[in-house]
Design a protein around this ligand. Structure first.
Ligand code: ADP
Ligand code: ASP
Ligand code: MG
Length: 470
């Protein structure tokens, strides 16, 4: 029987009724495959945990307690709504109350210390998934499936980069034996998404939205046949359905296309989800929990090229453009290296680079929250050049967005760039910058954030992504 990792996101398990729906999906699958379930925290829970952690570190005791109470209400109400019978309800109530009091103690110590380290924050955030696995496992049991909640801190070894940890696959080999032990006895493991632990056992998180990544990490470790990611839409779509309501589900994507889309803002998958799957050629399917019979999107190593080059458009808001400019930069070796070295030394992630062929300027895009710092360190690094006027300015522009138009062989497709720019021109959208020499897979450009809906809509229409009728 095929071994399948089935991941359910926060909305998919957001209430007792939704957990019952998930149990039904797993029970159906269980007839034909061996499922290994991975779940997120219930919707809003990770945000509440983050809020509690921040409130505690700022000494706001009553707000911290209010967050804690809301977390308690969500989970305890769900237990009673699950209608599991007295014995199970009492047991579940005890285990959730135990976790909540552990969380309360942690928050108390943060209130006292007035300081929140990355390590403490990750520990606090881990409680969402640690609670949800208990509830989902019980919902499965109520549907007649033997299930066991497992914390991924015992399965996935990661680096100690708190808040953004990376798996160390070669140190996570025991995961396979531990999972096999259960599946061979017909027990469905219900594993926490989002978290792991360093080899010293310290809890880490994989970054927001990281449960998708957990699913493929686990899939890789246990040599799963496929990873199915259940979310609240019919699959990966031609554009963010919140911006373009007529966006269509994409039947097939390559790993590279899916990675590109999610890297540039398509929230449906964590950007690193494709990495562990592609290492072992494990297909990923994105499916809708609320419409499980729909075919969804299959992501694999197969290249299935779109007729006109473009498969989907994604966008990313809250960005800043930094431009280092000056005639004296022309032909001076090492300026670009110094720009990027300076930024990298501050651990600031550069999302987009563009250099005019005249070499008069170098532009780069960073997240809004990194913008001011990036400009400050660049001005310090180039103090001498600025004084000599070899560099005229280091400029910051805010409230920008990147739009990525994605498809395998996009740039090799004659006319794809032309279509993109004429669509934007006709829609009156001002293009602030264009990426040069980026991957073959996308054309990416910078626009004002307020232009995003019009820009995405016009490109979506131009490539007829909503269907032939347009
Ligand atoms: P989950 O809780 O299941 O992980 P997320 O909220 O993280 O779900 O991701 C699913 C959401 O991603 C969808 O509801 C949709 O609004 C958004 N989204 C953005 N871009 C896309 C896209 N190109 N295709 C599908 N969904 C997208
Ligand atoms: N619960 C985590 C978050 O909200 C991880 C996830 O949902 O994927 O970011
Ligand atoms: Mg998600």
């Amino acid at each position: 029987m095929n071994l399948i990792v089935m991941k359910f996101g926060g909305t998919s398990i957001g209430s007792a009724e939704r957990m019952r729906n998930v149990a039904k999906i797993v029970a159906d699958a269980h007839k034909n495959v061996k499922p290994v379930v991975v779940v997120s925290a219930m919707s809003t829970v990770t945000d509440l945990l983050l809020s509690a952690a921040n409130n505690a570190s700022n000494g706001r005791k009553s707000k911290t307690l209010r967050d804690l109470e809301r977390l308690e209400t969500i989970h305890l109400n769900t237990i009673s709504d699950l209608n599991l019978g007295d014995e199970t309800s009492v047991r579940l109530h005890e285990s959730i109350s135990g976790l909540l009091s552990e969380l309360g103690n942690l928050l108390d110590s943060i209130l006292v210390m007035g300081e929140l380290t990355g390590r403490a924050r990750d520990k606090i955030l881990s409680f969402g998934e640690r609670m949800s696995i208990q509830l989902v496992a019980s919902a499965l049991e109520a549907d007649g499936i033997q299930a066991k909640p497992i914390e991924a801190t015992k399965l996935i070894v990661t680096t100690d980069t708190f808040g953004d940890a990376r798996p160390i696959l070669e140190e996570s080999l025991t995961a396979k034996t531990k999972i096999n032990k259960l599946t061979s006895k017909n027990i469905v493991p219900v594993v926490t998404g989002f978290i792991g632990a360093t080899h010293d056992g310290i809890t880490t998180t994989l970054g927001r939205g990281g449960s998708d990544y957990s699913a493929t990490i686990l899939g890789n470790c246990i040599d799963a046949d496929e990873v199915w990611i259940y979310t609240d839409v019919d699959g990966a779509m031609t554009a963010d359905p919140r911006i373009i309501p007529e966006a269509k589900t994409i039947p097939e994507l390559s790993y590279a296309e899916a990675a590109e889309l999610s890297y540039f803002g398509a929230k449906v998958l964590h950007p690193l989800t494709m990495v562990p799957a592609s290492l072992k050629d494990i297909p990923i399917r994105v499916k809708n929990t609320f419409n499980p019979d729909a075919p969804g999107t299959k992501i694999s190593n197969r290249k299935n090229r779109a007729k006109n080059g473009c498969k989907a458009i994604s966008s990313m808001n809250r960005l800043s453009l930094i431009t280092v400019q000056g005639q004296g930069m022309t032909g001076v070796p090492g300026i670009a290296a110094k720009v990027f070295g300076t930024i990298a030394a501050q651990q600031i992630n550069v999302l987009f680079i563009s250099q005019a062929s005249s070499e008069y300027n170098i532009s780069l895009v960073v997240r809004h929250d990194d913008g001011e710092k990036a400009v400050r360190v660049l001005r310090e690094a180039f103090e001498a050049e600025l004084a000599r006027r070899n560099i005229e300015s280091v400029k910051l522009e805010e409230n920008l967005a990147i739009i990525a138009v994605v498809g395998d062989n996009m740039q090799g497709h004659p006319g794809a760039a032309g279509k993109t720019f004429s669509a934007l021109g006709n829609a009156g959208v001002n293009v602030v910058a264009i990426a040069q020499g980026s991957s073959e897979l996308n054309i990416s450009l910078v626009v004002n954030q307020t232009d995003v809906p019009v820009a995405v809509q016009s490109i979506h229409n131009e490539f007829k992504l909503a269907g032939r009728e347009r």
